[in-house]
Design a protein around this ligand. Structure first.
Ligand code: KIV
Ligand code: ZN
Length: 512
C-alpha cells in the first residue's frame, strides 16, 4: 500500500517574508523560489499581491519564471485583494488564490467588527468570486484554533459549498497542542463535503510546537502542511519545512505519509535563505544547523566513527549537507584525531600521536575548533603559531555601511606583506564585513567565503576587549582565524587576515 501524499505548501515568501528582518526584494524572492522549485514543493505562496506594488511584482515575477509548483498569492476576503491576486498570478501555468478571514470571537468582535452571519455571507460570495478567477482556491478561517467548533464547521462548510478545494486550518497564534489539533482535524472530517477537499495545517511557533502540531494534524487527516524554510514567519515563525519533511521521512513507520520533497536540496535552500535575508542559521537548528550532524564529545565521536547510527538518525547527505561531522575541539578524543589525520592522508605512530594529542588539546583550549589546516601543521611539525602565521598584516581598515538601501556597502583595506610591500584595495559586498573580506581575499589572491564570523566582547581582557573568530572556506577547505582587538572592525578584519594567512600557509605546506 502506498502511503498518503502530504502536499508541502511553502510560505517562506509570504508569511516568512512578512516577519521583521526577513523582507526580500523581488530578486531575492526569485532566488528562493528557484530553491523551492528544486526542492519540489507542491505550492509556493509567493506573496500577498494586494499588500504593495512590490509584492504584486514579486508574485508576478515568480509566476512568470517558476514552472512545476503551483504558484499562490494570499488575499484578504475582499474583491480588491482577490482580483489583485488573480492579476499577479496571470502568467502562472498552475495558480492558486488563498483567501482568508478571521472567524474567532476576538477577530470577529475586535478586528472585523462583523457578525457571524456577515462573515458567512462574505465567505459564500467572495470564495465564489475567487473560484470564478482561478480553478484552485484555498480558504483559511484565520485563528481557526480559537474559533468555536460549531461556527468553524459552518465557515468550512460555506467555503466548500462556494467552491474552495483546500481548507486551511490556521493556528494563527501558536496556541494549540498536538493532541488538540489532531482531534480537531479528525472532527472536521465530518463536515459535509469534507471528502472533496484537502485539509491543510498552518501552525505558528509561539509555544515552540509548530512542527509537532503540524505533524499531529497530519495524523488527524491533514494532507497539506504550510511551512517555511528555516521556520521563518510571523513572530516565532511557522512550522519549519525541513523539520516537518524530515520527520515524515525519518519516521515513515509512525506517520505513514510521504511528501514529494527532494530532501537533498534542503541544505542549499536553507543556506540560500540565510544569505538573501542576512539571518544566519542558529548552530543548533534541527536538520540544517552546523551542529545538526556534528560531534565533538569524545564518547560520541568514538561511537559515530564505529557506526554513525550510534548518534545519528539521518544522514547529513540526505539533506544535502557536507558530511564531515566530526568537529575537532577540546572535547575530542584520540580516536577522532587519528581518524582526521588518516583522512588527510597523513600518519602518526602511536607515540607521535600521543605527542600531537597534547599539543592538539592545548590548541583546542585556545580556539573553538581545530581545523584541518591546524592538524596538518601539528602533524608536519611546523611551529608557526596558528592564527598568527602567514605573510600578511593588517594595516588599514575603512568600512562604510549606509542606512540607505541603494548605497552598496564597501570597505577599503590595507595590508602589508612580510616582504614590506603594502597593498590597498576597495571592494563592495553584501555588508561592510563581507566587503572587507572581499578586499582581504583580493589582496592575498585567494578565493574564499566566510562560513562564520563570531564577535564577542571580552570584559577586562588584558590584550583587547573584542575577540573575533572566523571560519572561512578556500578551495573546499576550512581555515580559522581568531584575534583580540580593542575595536570590532579591526578584530573582525584581523580574523579574516589570520584565516587567509592560514589558507596561504596550507597551500605552501601542500606544495612542499
Ligand atoms: O497565520 C495565519 O492565520 C495566516 C493566514 C493568512 C493563513 O498566515
Ligand atoms: Zn500565518
Amino acid at each position: 500500500m502506498t502511503e498518503p501524499h502530504v502536499k508541502i505548501f511553502d510560505t517562506t515568501l509570504r508569511d516568512g517574508e512578512q516577519a521583521p528582518g526577513f523582507s526580500m526584494s523581488t530578486d531575492a524572492k526569485l532566488t528562493m523560489a528557484r530553491c523551492l522549485r528544486d526542492l519540489n514543493v507542491d505550492i509556493i505562496e509567493a506573496g500577498f499581491a494586494a499588500a504593495s506594488p512590490g509584492d504584486a511584482a514579486a508574485v508576478r515575477a515568480v509566476a512568470e519564471e517558476i514552472e512545476g509548483p503551483t504558484i499562490c498569492s494570499l488575499a484578504r476576503l475582499n474583491a480588491n485583494d482577490i482580483e489583485a491576486a488573480a492579476k499577479s498570478l496571470e502568467p502562472a501555468n498552475n495558480k492558486r488564490i488563498h483567501t482568508f478571514i478571521g472567524t474567532s470571537p476576538t477577530h470577529r468582535d475586535f478586528k472585523l467588527k462583523m457578525s457571524k452571519e456577515q462573515i458567512l455571507n462574505n465567505i459564500s460570495e467572495l470564495v465564489g468570486l475567487a473560484c470564478s478567477l482561478s480553478d484552485d482556491v484555498e480558504f483559511s478561517p484565520e485563528d481557526a484554533i480559537r474559533t468555536e467548533r460549531d461556527y468553524l464547521c459552518d465557515a468550512v462548510q460555506t467555503a466548500i459549498e462556494a467552491g474552495a478545494k483546500t481548507i486551511n486550518i490556521p493556528d494563527t497564534v501558536g496556541y494549540t497542542t498536538p493532541e488538540e489539533i489532531c482531534d480537531l482535524f479528525q472532527f472536521l472530517q465530518s463536515v459535509p463535503g469534507a471528502g472533496d477537499v484537502t485539509f491543510s495545517t498552518h501552525c505558528h511557533d509561539d509555544l515552540g510546537m509548530a512542527v509537532a502540531n503540524s505533524l499531529a494534524a497530519v495524523r488527524g487527516g491533514a494532507r497539506q502542511i504550510e511551512c517555511a524554510v528555516n521556520g521563518i514567519g510571523e513572530r516565532a515563525g511557522n512550522c519549519s519545512l525541513e523539520e516537518a519533511v524530515m520527520a515524515l521521512a525519518t519516521r515513515k513507520d509512525y506517520f505513514g505519509a510521504a511528501t514529494q520533497i527532494d530532501t537533498t536540496k534542503i541544505f542549499i535552500a536553507s543556506t540560500t535563505l540565510a544569505r538573501v535575508t542576512h539571518n544566519p542559521i542558529p548552530r543548533n537548528k534541527a536538520i540544517v544547523g552546523k551542529n545538526a550532524f556534528a560531534h565533538e564529545a569524545g564518547i560520541h565521536q568514538h561511537g559515530v566513527l564505529a557506526n554513525k547510527r550510534t548518534y545519528e538518525i539521518m544522514d547529513a547527505e540526505s539533506v544535502g549537507m557536507p558530511s564531515n561531522s566530526i568537529v575537532l575541539g577540546k572535547h575530542s578524543g584520540k580516536h577522532a584525531l587519528r581518524a582526521r589525520i588518516e583522512s588527510l592522508d597523513l600518519s602518526a605512530t602511536p607515540e607521535r600521536l600521543d605527542e600531537i594529542f597534547v599539543k592538539f588539546k592545548r590548541l583546542a583550549d585556545a580556539q573553538r575548533e581545530v581545523t584541518d589546516a591546524d592538524v596538518v601543521r601539528l602533524v608536519t611539525g611546523s611551529n608557526q603559531k596558528p592564527g598568527r602565521a602567514g605573510p600578511w598584516r593588517l594595516r588599514r581598515v575603512e568600512m562604510r555601511a549606509e542606512l540607505d538601501e541603494d548605497i552598496i556597502p564597501h570597505a577599503r583595506i590595507g595590508l602589508e606583506h612580510e616582504n614590506g610591500e603594502r597593498r590597498s584595495v576597495q571592494c563592495d559586498g553584501e555588508g561592510p564585513f563581507d566587503a572587507a573580506f572581499n578586499a582581504v581575499c583580493a589582496i592575498a589572491g585567494v578565493e574564499g567565503y566566510i562560513k562564520t564570523l563570531d564577535i564577542h566582547h571580552v570584559a577586562a581582557a588584558e590584550d583587547g576587549i573584542v575577540r573575533a573568530e572566523t571560519l572561512i572556506e578556500v578551495d573546499g577547505q576550512e581555515f580559522m582565524g581568531a584575534v583580540r582587538e580593542v575595536d570590532v572592525a579591526h578584530a573582525a578584519v584581523g580574523a579574516f587576515v589570520a584565516a587567509v594567512n592560514q589558507a596561504l600557509a596550507n597551500t605552501k605546506t601542500a606544495a612542499a
